[in-house]
Design a protein around this ligand. Structure first.
Ligand code: NAD
Length: 519
């Protein structure tokens, strides 16, 4: 019997002992820099001459490790290995799967500082962000383990039939293609893998190209926890080659993807095609991007709103799918609030996250992100008034650092107000009144998160009905969902609303079998 689920508490980086522990962990991760890592397919470790580096975005010359540039053949081998392993793994008891997978959360907890250090160095996270993510990885495992135990045998939910015994079991699907993003390379990856394995599926995991090291170290924890060979296969390489083949393989039963709208839509289309020899319709669990709005009306606490807007827009450099990258402000408080937001954002401390726990903003992830953000900084200067930042980045040799940028008086249909930039760029839009603000907020293909700052209870009630996002927050920031508290997933082009960290999530990784026995 497991204890009740509890969210993992955060580390306090104001305490000297914790600062020392993280500095030591950073050193020991650094001591491993530059190693070459294999792919792991079944019980085979596969190294290739053709490798790609994982780099430190705060210092792009530093290579954390080298990973094989896998091919479509490796994806095929991995799907075959997972298919063989499924024959027995699907029949292991739920209790034994839970026991195995919970060893991983225990180990992440024990190696907390090391995981924080990895996230600081490979993803460019601040210490607090890195710790928040490590906690979330632990939470996903602990929560999904309990949910799987809850749903495995759901016979008690059925009605009765005289003279018959009725059973309802949630059984595994088969082989899953697990394709996570780089921006939560520990938590999302761990959540997708843990949910799959707890349900009795086997998987092929392909981490994002930018963050394979975190993916490898977490996979090692799963292997060391006692998974039979082939239950978790680890392949690396370009998404459009290895990932695409994983999606298209006829023996793939489901795809669990988190990433951009563009790639997600492509996966949705490709997974829907039935290939020769395929015996099922693939299930696609897709979580994608957002262009999330924070609405502030004239009744709001403006200091609270300014804080929430700045945190939502600039924490982790704006590289969260939940980031509030547009604020829609009612005319009568627009000027006052814009000034507060600019002041707060102007005080953000930036710098290499490794150097200090006080560096709130670090680098963006890679050269591609730099090019995209540079582009939108140019576009933004034509679409709004530059209120803060705005400098493009040309010399990337010292890391991919952008200052927070704020554009004011941005039209609701401007590109910087509509496109997901995925960087520290905030657009402020003036709305005549609350009605117009709500209309603008909903005027997007996305529907992931949203916030409303207001003290008007009728408006809050209206937003509850009409603000169309998967995660709606009142009088607080739109980032920072917690496992079991704020099931996370979006509407529209933000994905299939899979609600990670929520009570229905495990159903996505299972199929229901109804068994009726004549007495
Ligand atoms: P991305 O779409 O570029 O890549 C995501 C993953 O897909 C990577 O592992 C990549 O290698 C793989 N991939 C790329 N092309 C592929 C293809 N053709 N076939 C199969 N796989 C392929 O996204 P990213 O840059 O890693 O992540 C940022 C995006 O993720 C943002 O849009 C963000 O909003 C979104 N995101 C969404 C959520 C959510 O829960 N909704 C959470 C985190 C990130």
């Amino acid at each position: 019997m497991l204890s009740e689920f509890r969210n993992e508490p955060n580390i306090d980086f104001k305490q000297e002992a914790n600062i020392t522990a993280l500095r030591q962990a950073l050193e020991s991760v650094r001591a491993q820099f530059g190693k070459t890592y294999p792919m792991v397919i079944g019980d085979e470790k596969i190294e290739l001459n053709d490798v790609f580096p994982s780099i430190n975005p705060a210092c792009p010359q530093e290579v954390l490790g080298y990973f094989p540039n896998g091919t479509a053949d490796h994806a095929d081998m991995a799907i075959e290995a997972a298919t063989r392993a499924f024959e027995s793994w699907q029949h292991t008891s739920v209790e034994s799967r839970v026991e195995t997978v919970l060893r991983v959360s225990a180990e992440i907890r024990r190696r907390r500082f090391e995981f924080c250090a990895l996230l600081v160095l490979e993803a460019g996270k601040s210490w607090d962000e890195a710790d928040g993510e490590t906690c979330e990885a632990i939470d996903f495992i602990e929560y999904y383990a309990r949910q799987m135990l809850r749903i495995a045998d759901s016979s008690q939910l059925l009605g009765t039939s005289p003279g018959e015994h009725l059973h309802l079991q949630y059984i595994p699907l088969g082989v899953g293609a697990i394709i996570p993003p780089w921006n939560f390379p520990a938590a999302i990856l761990t959540g997708l893998v843990a949910a799959s394995l707890l349900a009795g599926n086997t998987v092929v995991l392909k981490p994002a190209e930018q963050t394979p090291l975190v993916g490898f170290i977490i996979s090692e924890l799963f292997w060391n926890a006692g998974l039979p060979a082939g239950v978790l296969n680890f392949v690396t390489g370009p998404g459009e080659i290895v990932g695409e083949r994983m999606v298209q393989h006829p023996k793939t039963r489901f795809v669990a993807f988190t990433g951009s709208r563009e790639v997600g839509i492509g996966i949705y289309e490709k997974a829907s095609k039935v290939h020769a020899g395929q015996k099922w319709l693939k299930r696609s669990i897709l979580e994608m991007g957002g262009k999330n709005a924070v609405i502030v009306d004239e009744t709001a606490d403006l200091d609270m709103a300014a804080q929430g807007i700045v945190t939502g827009a600039f924490s982790f450099q704006g590289q969260k799918c939940s980031a509030g990258s547009r604020a829609i402000i009612v005319d009568s408080v627009y000027d006052q609030l814009a000034a507060k937001v600019v002041k707060l954002a102007g005080n953000i401390k930036m710098g290499s996250p490794e150097q200090s726990p006080d560096n709130y903003m670090g680098p963006v992830i890679d050269n591609e992100a730099v090019a995209k953000i540079n582009h939108y900084l140019e576009v933004g200067t034509h679409e709004g008034n530059l209120l803060l930042g705005g400098e493009t980045l040309q010399d990337t040799s010292k890391g991919y650092f952008f200052k927070p940028t704020i554009f004011g008086e941005v039209a609701a249909d401007a590109k910087v107000a509509c496109d997901e930039i995925f960087g520290p760029v905030l657009a402020l839009t003036r709305a005549t009144d609350f009605d117009e603000a709500l209309h603008i907020a909903n005027n997007t293909e996305y529907g992931l998160t949203g916030s409303l700052y207001s003290r008007d209870s009728a408006r809050l009630e209206r937003a509850e009905r009409e603000f169309h996002v998967g995660n709606l927050y009142f009088n607080r920031k739109c980032t920072g969902s917690m496992v079991s508290q704020n099931p996370f997933g979006g509407f529209g082009m933000s994905g299939t609303d899979s609600k990670a960290g929520g009570p229905d999530y495990m159903l996505l990784f299972t199929q229901a079998k109804s068994i009726t026995v004549k007495a």
